[in-house]
Design a protein. Structure first.
Length: 210
């Protein structure tokens, strides 16, 4: 059990991915790709993690196009429903939120990412954004994350390997993830998870010490 000092015993350090976790990045990407390629693919028809197949691109073409368009994709709106309000509420409850993303750490992308978080009112405090987290399990372990929200199968794996308690943010491309982890379909389900986690770490104390 972690102790953060008197009055802070219920506080958790929570890691939150961005793309596909608090942002509907597929929807944003399809919008940008359609415009660039003059296509009319529907987001519902993209069932892979990558968009390549839906657009008939080779992985190499896909990577190149993503690199070209990613700052546009990242700057588009589209937070996932209730993610802003729930994360702010968690901060009000005293929890610490870290945004942990594998987005590249180039200045332009960092700026676009910070702007997007601020524009939509996410609890970004100038010091809780970690870019270029290629090995999220390792990063989460280093900063002492006690609960992580993630959508991408490759990152779910490294989080598992590092024994970081992880929740899958449901997406069509992660439904066959082979390990049993709790899954959310709506950010409002998070309150109950956080509550249960606190009780678990305090040996079944009741709600009364909230
Ligand atoms: Mg993601």
């Amino acid at each position: 059990m972690k102790e953060y000092g008197i009055g802070r015993r219920n506080v958790m350090r929570i890691g939150v991915d961005i793309d596909g976790t608090i942002k509907d990045t597929h929807r944003a990407a399809v919008e940008v790709y359609n415009k660039e390629l003059n296509r009319s693919v529907r987001v519902e028809d993209v069932t892979d993690f990558y968009l390549d197949q839906a657009y008939g691109l080779t992985p190499r073409e896909g990577r190149k196009l993503w690199r070209k368009l990613e700052d546009q994709i990242y700057s588009l709106g589209i937070p996932l429903n209730h993610s802003v309000e729930v994360l702010n509420e968690l901060v009000r409850m005293g929890h610490e939120i870290y945004f942990i993303t594998a987005r590249p750490g180039m200045r332009k992308i960092v700026d676009v990412t910070k702007e997007w978080l601020k524009k939509h009112g996410f609890p970004y405090n100038g010091d809780n954004l970690i870019m270029n987290a290629q090995d999220k399990g390792k990063v989460a372990k280093e900063i002492g994350i006690e609960l992580f929200f993630e959508d991408a199968p490759n990152h779910l794996l490294t989080l598992l390997q590092n024994r970081i308690p992880t929740i899958i943010v449901d997406a069509v491309y992660n439904r066959d993830f082979p390990h049993p982890l709790r899954r959310i379909h709506d950010w409002r389900e998070v309150y109950e998870i956080v509550d249960a986690k606190k009780q678990e770490s305090h040996g079944n104390h009741s709600h009364s010490n909230k």
